[in-house]
Design a binder for this molecule. Structure first.
Ligand code: SF4
Length: 481
């Protein structure tokens, strides 16, 4: 949808909302609106900040206006927040009558829906008030408010357990056996990039060793380690052993609550690698079917079957005392409602400790090829969620992305006592996260996660390898500040 702004500069807010409500179409800002689109205006008068929106779509025309009291002049940040809320709220209300269905997350945008709830509760709101706030201010559906409040509760409990200055560690291995057709990460397939794995590992081991020394020197407690990707189990046995030994000798594990390694694709997992992980006291692994439908797996370029997942899962249960997470994706091309539900049933039958259901994040404006209608309805996911709830799983963390199928969410479930510490800390920005490897984003959180400083490693392995000495020096400076 084309949109034009008058009297304000809340471009991001309008764009985010349009993407969330109309994920299947492109949205472009235009100087002056001619024909179809959205005209968003804002102005200040009589101590009020007002915003209006007009939408022209086909034969239809809608219009709304929202006015709120302006905050005190000495608080320009608060004035910006009021303006952003007013602008988005006016656009949302004008667009609502033109939508096929009410959006499950209402006008709430942003990647971390539970974070504002956690912050509001910390400032004195109770959960009942937070529930009403989400409903009245953002029109969030009852089903999504419940998820959000549960995730906020897990985040608050986790935050209460954090040690002073506790940090989490992420290590990235950005290589995969072959690229899945839907992948939006930087992952390098082995056919084209396999020759780079060893030099990448050597650079990474340097960064691991230096980072461990830095944390040790400052006595910063390490709460969790997460080795993700890509597919970390693409490393051969010797490489995996070297990585895990270096982590062991670099970091003090005295405060470590959790150590996760993503063993995402079954064709990369061997009993020997699982044995190495167990020997290095990895506590949690992730085996990710994405779907248990072999036809859909083949269609998205995964070279394994559902049976391979079951075999791999059983081997992992035999070898280590790992907690096991399994990822599924809703909205995969060629999948449909019944097949998704069947995948959830098959995964739950294995009794993993955690199940995560992601909604497909598409490339900008790309169509969804799910089921007969190309629509992923909230009810389809709710049925899957209910199935897991009935089997003792609880939702514990959630996040959203741009262009998600159905404008829905990614939701992690856990059995009691198995919530991933790393996932909650990282997603809710509860503590600093040091990220190693290419594309790693180190986040230093201040003021309860309200202020985040980001330090980003080079995105691609080649540049990372070339710049490793400078990267290591920058890390040293960062922690010394
Ligand atoms: S396994 Fe994951 S990271 Fe690798 S290509 Fe597939 S979706 Fe991307």
């Amino acid at each position: 949808m084309n949109y034009s702004l008058q009297g304000h500069d809340r471009d991001n807010g309008v764009q985010e909302l349009l993407i969330s409500l109309l994920p299947d179409e492109p949205h472009n800002r235009v100087e002056s609106l001619e024909g179809e689109g959205c005209l968003s205006r804002a102005w200040q008068a009589d101590g009020q900040i007002c915003a209006s929106a007009e939408i022209f779509r086909g034969e239809r025309h809608t219009q709304t206006q929202v006015c709120q009291s302006a905050p005190a002049e000495e608080d320009p940040e608060a004035a910006k927040r009021v303006l952003t809320y007013g602008v988005k709220s006016a656009v949302y209300q004008a667009l609502l009558p033109l939508l096929d269905r009410k959006p499950p997350w209402g006008s709430l945008t942003g990647v971390k829906p539970a974070k504002p709830v956690r912050l509001a509760v910390r400032e004195g709101m109770d959960f009942h008030q937070a529930d009403r706030w989400l409903e009245e201010k953002y029109d969030v559906a009852d089903s999504r408010r419940r998820l959000c409040l549960r995730a906020a509760q897990y985040a608050l409990e986790t935050e209460d357990r954090l040690l002073p200055r506790e940090m989490q560690l992420y290590i990235g291995i950005p290589f995969c056996p072959a690229k899945c057709s839907y992948c939006s990460f930087v992952s390098n397939d082995m056919a084209g990039w396999g020759y780079m794995v060893e030099p990448y590992l050597q650079a990474l081991l340097k960064e691991v060793a230096v980072s461990g020394r830095l944390l040790g020197r400052q006595a910063i407690p390490l709460g969790s380690v997460y080795i993700g990707g890509g597919t970390p189990t693409i490393l051969d046995e010797n490489q995996l052993e070297r990585l895990l030994s270096t982590v062991d000798s670099a970091f003090d594990r005295g405060n470590l609550r959790e150590y996760t390694l993503e063993a995402g694709r079954p064709e990369t997992i061997t009993s020997e690698k699982l044995g190495i992980m167990a020997a290095h006291r990895v506590t949690r692994i992730s085996i990710n079917p994405q779907t248990m439908n072999d036809r859909v797996l083949a269609g998205v370029g995964r070279r394994h079957t559902a049976q391979d997942i079951v075999d791999c899962y059983q081997m992992a249960r035999r070898i280590g005392g790992f907690q096991i997470n399994m990822d599924l994706i809703a909205g995969l091309p060629g999948d449909d409602e019944e097949s998704l539900f069947s995948s959830v049933r098959q995964v739950a039958a294995l009794e993993p400790d955690n199940v995560t259901i992601h909604c497909l994040a598409r490339k900008r404006g790309a169509p969804l090829y799910f089921g007969a209608t190309g629509v992923l309805a909230p009810e389809t996911l709710d049925r899957c969620y209910q199935y897991l709830l009935d089997r003792g799983y609880e939702p514990y963390y959630l996040y959203r992305q741009k262009y998600m199928a159905g404008g829905l969410e990614n939701l992690g479930f856990c059995r009691r006592g198995t919530a991933s510490h790393y996932n909650i800390c990282m997603m809710e920005e509860l503590s600093d996260v040091m990220a190693l490897g290419s594309g790693g984003v180190t986040k230093l959180c201040a003021q309860n996660g309200r202020k985040i400083r980001r330090v980003v490693n080079p995105k691609y392995p080649k540049e990372y390898i070339q710049r490793i000495d400078a990267i290591v020096q920058e890390k040293a400076l960062l922690l010394d500040e």
